[in-house]
Design a protein around this ligand. Sequence first.
Ligand code: ZN
Length: 688
Amino acid sequence: MPQTAPKTTADRWDAERAASLSPLEGLAYRSNLLGADRAVANYGGGNTSIKVTEPDHVGRPTRVLWVKGSGSDLATITADRFTALRLDEIDPLREREEMPDAEMVAYLARCQVEPSMPRSSIETLLHAFVDAPHVDHTHPDAINAIAGAADGERLAAECFGDEALWIPYIRPGFLLSRQVGEAVAANPGARFVILAKHGLVTWGETGEESYRATLEAINRAAGFLAAKAPEPALSGEPLPVESRRELLRAVLPTLRGAVATDGAAKVLVADTADDVAAFAADPSAAEVSQVGAACPDHLVHTKRRPLWIAYDPASDDHEAVRERIRAGVEEFRAGEREYFERHREGDETIADTAPRVVAIEGVGIVGVGRNVKAASLSRDLYHRAIAVMRGATALDGFVSLDDAESFAVEYWPLELYKLSLAPPPRELEGRVALISGGAGGIGAAIAGRLAADGACVVIADLDGDGAARTAGELGEVAAAVAVDVTDEDAVAAAFAGAVDAFGGIDLVVASAGIASSAPLAEATVAEWERNYGVLAKGYFLLAREGAAVQRAQGQGGAIVFIGSKNALAAGKSAVAYSSAKAAELHMARCLAEELGPDGIRVNTVNPDAVLEGSRIWDSSWRAERARAYGIEPDQLEAHYRARTTLKVNVTPADIAEAVAFLASPTRAAKSTGNVINVDGGVPTAYPR
Ligand code: ZN
């Protein structure tokens, strides 16, 4: 049975490396080491600082606090993401009894040595008020298992004796900072501060000392947990790995539709690792998961609790789970609205009411977000929460912030400010596109363009290696699947791959192409079947399987066929290719009519003579076309340019532009059954 409770962490300090760094670089180094273990410092969570004396802009020696800038992640932070503040200007604040957040932020902004530096962390004063030159604040799993236990204060005393100070929960801000500073000053023997339901503060004369204090606290806590409360075996049997995936494939599109808010699509990323599935299979999980957040830091990314979906494979079919998801999301949204109304104080704007984490019994968890990054963050923070909950439960019961405390953090302007640092959503944010023939040429250009517009892209191609390469270039927003579009099962599997990666599909771009030309007398049945296999049957299968996922989501969608001038213009010596392209074009119009009631738009882009980057044009097709026109192969670009009305060559980027328009749920919201020619102007192909 996999273990989920907090574990010890490894010492990563490299003395030689540390000695070679400037104080600020050393701070970045130490931060990176803390962030290297997510059980120590969560994504984006925690903050670090140093106090040094350095010359200001006129050369005067100045006492400066360098502290993490808001919105950075310790694991990846670099020296330029820290902010310097004048300590002489912060010191007078120690005399204050309290200070409203807005005033504190405005005050600290004026203490910045350089106005253009990032806004300092919302926990800045905690660092300023502890006198030690090096201070670290983290939210480690092992510490939070104690800090989040019902009898945490007593347990912390039992684990650390006088070496740890306990600060009862209050929301981060001026008062918490002052309490920590005063407690440390009054207890010179103390080495750690444990913030109830929140985290850890350590300090040192050197960076190494502060770093090692964090590690020591964590490892002592983990040892204490192991000795005091050996993790009770999880009972309940998680589903076999294959069944977890099968269930998710059957229900994620439904979930994706349910969590879309006002047409804003979301990405779903699942975690069905054995330890997560085991947690989700335990009979206590339904209850423990609903207690509350494991750290205030998680709240804006996970909400107070996940949506819990019960699943008993013995009695529930997939439709029963889908129904439970639809009802569960509705109920969750209603609960969020009620929570907001109950605790709102002024003119706060209600946050998206959809769950950010969904836990499915015996299967695992699903992160929900406006993009892959946000969804992964929710999922990964919840993975951390499981460790904290398991540890605290084993001790004497997990406790969390109450609703009022949660609201105060979730709707805290300073926490919302961090979120506002993210770039505004792009046009296709949260949407998922599958592009057949996406490994190269027009397909790759389309994938790149849709990704640039914010979409997640699934690169589907007969050339699986090529698909993986193209996806690799696009990073975490792309996945690759190898698919023969003429194979019914393979196409269904490609869409299952899209559901695995991102939870569903909004856009299907059928771009896989082949071409051949031959005079009628020489045209073979094999070539005929190959053209109709890829261009007619292939497009039919992509549309059928894609529309099935789109319908399950119930949020509309778009299908774009990449056609050809030849679909409209009668070309000679390409009977199989041209007539298959015409079939494709007409199929798009028929599907537009059939899928319209579901809000699924089907349109066609007709390119002509896109030679750049095309695999088709590297094949014998180039020589065949040149022969048909009675010219040399290298004269084709000029030939095609000359015959267009606009005297231009058409590039993959031009095609991608038209696809991006038709894919747009706003700009092309009212276009279906349409044809956009992107061919430089070919009069015989003008639609009529
Ligand atoms: Zn904190």
